[in-house]
Structures are given as structure tokens and as C-alpha cells.
Design a protein around this ligand. Sequence first.
Ligand SMILES: C[S@@+](CC[C@H](N)C(=O)[O-])C[C@H]1O[C@@H](n2cnc3c(N)ncnc32)[C@H](O)[C@@H]1O
Length: 207
Amino acid sequence: MKFSKSFGNSYDRFMHLVEKHRLRRRRARLLSGLRGRVLEVGVGTGINFEHYGPEVELTGIEPSPHMLAHAERRRLAMPRPERARLHPLGCGSTETEALFAPGSLDAVVCTLVLCTIPEPERALRRFLEWLKPGGKLLVLEHIRSHRHLPGRLQDLARPLWASLAEGCQLNRPTDKLLAESGFRLVREERFRVGLPFYEAVYEKPRD
Ligand SMILES: C[S@@+](CC[C@H](N)C(=O)[O-])C[C@H]1O[C@@H](n2cnc3c(N)ncnc32)[C@H](O)[C@@H]1O
């Protein structure tokens, strides 16, 4: 995947109103109680960083150098930037696969990223492996509508959307992939921001 500089530099401006009015408070609620070793997948411009408390030791991965430059600025603005490390990597690369030992993470954070990563089922298997028993997977994503016509429209718009939004799959049924992933559902909420959205907490089963 070739990452565009203009996409990376305009992303926050493009998302500003949606973030301010619809997503920011959800991000805050989702991430506020975290502690321990946390992986954030595809950190983008680092929009989540302000919501991590001092007890989080963060590892962020992000394959777009343009997004990562913004994320690095936000990392430096964190109260304890030395507790956050960013890597220019994406899910699926051999370097990423080698970053974590099995059972070593307390939480994995995926916000607006399971829609984009190639092979999401494989990524979910890795998260399950890397998490400790009882470790959390936190999710905020747009999903494919469960209604016939809106879902079909998402299917039709997918190729154009993916070409404009660096591979984002408008019709990915991430809620269904999660239900089949081996994680245990803790809570979930469905809402709309133009598109159907999904906020959820999953847990790695303890047995
Ligand atoms: C829509 S943006 C969301 C960014 C951020 N997570 C947020 O909540 O705003 C999707 C991000 O996924 C990143 N990405 C693309 N391919 C990826 C991969 N294979 N692994 C991890 N992240 C990836 C993109 O570069 C981009 O920063």
C-alpha cells in the first residue's frame, strides 16, 4: 500500500466535526480505564493519545509515515511520552508479528482500523494470542449495515471509497468478524454517524 501525504495531512481536518461532536466522548469513555501494556493498532494521527491514563504503557503501530509524523507530535505532548513507543509498522508484517510474546498484553485498541487492515481475521487471531487471559480488545468501528438496501449500497460504494480512503472497506462486517473471533463480548453499542457504527469491549476468555 502506498500512503499518500495529502491524506495523512488532511485526515484530522476531514474528521474534525465528526470527532468533536460524535466520537471524542466515545473514545474517552472507551479508553479511560486502561492500564498496563496496551497495543494500539494503526494509531493514525494519534487522536486517542489524550485519553490514555498514566498507568498505560503504550505501543502504537502505524504503517503510514505521514500519519505517524502527526502521531509523534501527539506522543510528545503526552504527560509521560517515554511510556509510549511508536513503530512504523502495520498488522501482518513479520516485524509486527515479532513485537509481542504470547499472553503479554493487557489490552488491544482498534479504532477505525479493523475496516482497513488486510486480513482482519488473522489480525484478530494475533490479538487473541498476544493478550493475557482476561485482556481486553476495545473497538470503535463503522460496520456494514444489517439492513438489505443500505448494506447493498455500501457494497456498491466500496471500491470508490477504498480508493479515496487508503483501503478502508466501507462494507466490512467487523461486528460479525468479532462475533466469530473467539473473544468474549463484554459490552456493545450500535449507533449511527451517517454510517452504522459499533463500539464494543471484548475479552480474551480466561479458560
Ligand atoms: C481511518 S484511519 C484511523 C486512525 C486512528 N486509529 C483513529 O482512530 O483515528 C486508519 C489507519 O489504519 C492505518 N493502517 C492501514 N493499514 C494498516 C495495517 N496493515 N495495520 C495497521 N494499521 C493500518 C492507516 O494508515 C490509518 O492510519
